[in-house]
Design a protein around this ligand. Structure first.
Ligand code: ADP
Ligand code: MG
Length: 353
């Protein structure tokens, strides 16, 4: 048996020459900045909850995890803290992530504690220390065997792209903390880039915009709601409006304001441009033959950010390449991690029994 360490190194290059036993208790985990998803082989996605943990400050005891904890964000009294332990695609609070994963894994397994083999997607370019933190958090949560794999690769598997062919595919995964861009061919990543711009930056941009232009102070949860309801990356067929409640920064009093989608689109331009620049850089570094494939095959969008209205049109307009949003974009990484070991077996990449 090869240690997970070796498997991780080799499989990230899309080539695997070790032996993986056909473990039945295989679980794929998408440990995202915004959401954690767990896919259990044979059952599909069994956990899809926000990556949020509420902790009692004095004792460090976990009060709530996931949906319950998210409701507490920005609304906790002094002795309770609701935190997002993942930041920018990596672990910001190791202990909280360990506890959160343990809770989700127990939930995923109907409280029967069976030591699972887990595959976890990690952003490209994470440091060895960051990888070790993910592995150790999974160990803490009860995983018996852990494989780490590049998130873009599993996003592509989850989006059902035929990535084992000798043909270029581009995948852009826009999450909460990061955007992962990769060109994949022959089951491996050819060029990739990860930037710390995603849905969280969109929310921040909305907060700043309303403060600057309307003296209205809102929290990030409200900003996220605005983004999902009337936010867009490219012009919509009709202008959408929404009433927003916040605090007037001048009077300090509560204030309600009607805002429209044109303003929110303007607010989102800066982070959208950052993503676009990164995509262009990846294209610049892509070998010519593979870029030619992209013109035919198009770009596939995954992650929650792909659900922003007009996101496909935005890239299509600026890149002049067809762009499609994957079916169920928020689940692609989880599905891909859940199917990863089978993918290796099926494509007979190396000796797998
Ligand atoms: P992560 O992998 O970082 O956990 P996800 O892929 O789960 O992220 O996506 C979460 C992000 O997607 C959040 O920033 C969320 O606000 C955003 N999101 C979810 N649904 C929508 C939507 N309908 N429109 C715009 N953004 C959305
Ligand atoms: Mg993600």
């Amino acid at each position: 048996m090869f240690p997970a360490e070796n498997i991780e190194e080799i499989s990230c290059m899309g080539f695997f020459s070790g032996i993986i036993d056909a473990f039945t208790n295989e679980v794929g985990i998408d440990l995202g900045t915004a959401n954690t998803l767990i896919y259990v082989k044979g059952r599909g996605i069994v956990v899809f909850e926000p990556s949020v943990v509420s902790i009692e400050t004095r004792t460090g005891k976990v009060i709530a995890v996931g949906h319950e904890a998210k409701k507490m964000l920005e609304r906790t009294p002094g002795d309770i803290m609701a935190i997002r332990p993942m930041k920018d695609g990596v672990i910001a609070d190791f202990e909280a992530v360990g506890k959160m994963l343990k809770y989700f894994l127990l939930k995923a397994q109907d409280r029967k504690v069976i030591k699972p083999t887990v595959v976890i997607g990690v952003p490209s370019g994470v440091t060895e220390v960051e990888r070790r933190a993910v592995r150790e958090a999974a160990e803490l949560a009860g995983a018996a065997k852990i494989y780490l794999v590049e998130q873009s690769l599993v996003a592509a598997i989850g989006a059902e792209l035929p990535i084992s062919e000798p043909c270029g595919h581009m995948i852009i995964d826009i999450g909460g903390g990061t955007t992962e861009i990769a060109v994949i061919s022959l089951g491996g990543i050819v060029v990739s880039k990860s930037i710390k711009v995603g849905g969280d930056k969109f929310d921040e941009a909305i907060v700043q915009y309303l403060k600057r232009n309307h003296n209205l102070l809102i929290g990030e949860t409200t900003a996220e709601e605005i983004k999902k309801t009337i936010g867009s990356a490219s012009p919509l067929q009709e202008v959408l409006t929404m009433e927003v409640k916040g605090r007037d920064t001048i009077t300090g009093l509560p204030k309600t304001l009607k805002i429209d989608s044109t303003e929110i689109r303007e607010a989102l331009q800066a982070p959208l441009q950052e993503i676009l620049d990164a995509v262009k850089q990846v294209l610049d570094e892509t070998p010519a033959a593979l870029s030619a494939d992209l013109v035919d095959r198009g770009i596939v969008l995954t992650g929650g950010g792909a659900l922003l209205k007009g996101m496909d049109k935005f890239f299509q307009h600026h890149m002049k390449i067809p762009v499609i949003v994957a079916a169920n974009p928020m689940a692609c990484v989880a599905i891909g991690t859940g199917k990863y070991l089978d993918f290796l077996r099926q494509h007979k990449i190396g000796q797998i029994v």
